[in-house]
Write a protein that binds this ligand. Sequence first.
Ligand SMILES: Nc1nc2c(ncn2[C@@H]2O[C@H](COP(=O)(O)OP(=O)(O)O)[C@@H](O)[C@H]2O)c(=O)[nH]1
Ligand SMILES: [Mg+2]
Length: 316
Amino acid sequence: MPFRSGFVCILGRPNAGKSTLLNALVGEKLAIVSPKPQTTRNRIQGIINIPKQKGRDGAQIVLIDTPGVHKPDSSLGRKMMVEVREALEGCDLVLMIMDVTHRFDPRDQFAFDLVKQSGTKAFLILNKVDLIREKSKLLPMIEEYGKRYDFHEVVPISALKRNGLDTLLDLIMKALPAGPAYFPEDQVTDQPARFMAAEIVREQVLLNTKEEIPYAATVIVDSFEEGPKLTRIAATIYCEREGQKGILVGRGGQMLKKIGTAARLQIERMLGTKVFLELYVKVEPGWRDSRAFVEELDWRRQLEHRMVEQSGERIN
Ligand SMILES: Nc1nc2c(ncn2[C@@H]2O[C@H](COP(=O)(O)OP(=O)(O)O)[C@@H](O)[C@H]2O)c(=O)[nH]1
Ligand SMILES: [Mg+2]
């Protein structure tokens, strides 16, 4: 049998466990995770290489984690849905992930509509089965969802406890076409380290704040100088109001220190160097509704800009 490869899009409502599944399948933390909905704001690629073994063919699976499917009410929300559509475009397989502790509600239909429109082969992934005692409860769900889309496979899993993942990987492999490896074997993601550092800081903001702050906060890395032993990073946390800034800084700067220390330790683990992390907090009123600001957050766009700037420098 030939080598197989393909793009596999993880789709579902906010909080279904998409990012947890990406991290579990790749075996590395590529996407930040939190109990708050809409944690993931852009599409994230994770690359799995499966070596040829006895009875098993080699394969490369390119997984794409996406923001939760929702009806957007801001520029940020619309951008997140663009990310979902771009991830669906041209993928070979969709993993439609549903949280089994939730009943189907009308908002779920939107996600089903997206798969239908794409017409792509799809698996129904029933996640969080660790939270239900009677597995027979899954049967009515399978029947209900099966009426809405003709799923190729139905796979119950627990992304958090890593149950059912081997079966899932096998089924994914079988569903992919013959094809080449698209990425070098040592690459696990397409995200630049600079952007992952910003995400790690944002995750600490999500975990340490409540109410509207998690949604009103975003992080931009202003400078990133990687050395063999030390990486110097300066980053700004943007929020929308002075009151939010006060909370993010905290009394005597305590909150910012807590966020910074936790983030620094994780970034050090990711880069394998010591990290010097400088954090600032700024107010940018209504940034979520500013198309220009939201576009600037996109690292793919940031990269393009930097390349244009650099080529400009060379010409001048
Ligand atoms: N009990 C349980 N919790 C899970 C499972 N998968 C994800 N979660 C939790 O659900 C929340 C949302 O997960 P996340 O991966 O961010 O969801 P996403 O919004 O779909 O990317 C987090 O608190 C996860 O720890 C699972 O299999 N079992
Ligand atoms: Mg997510």
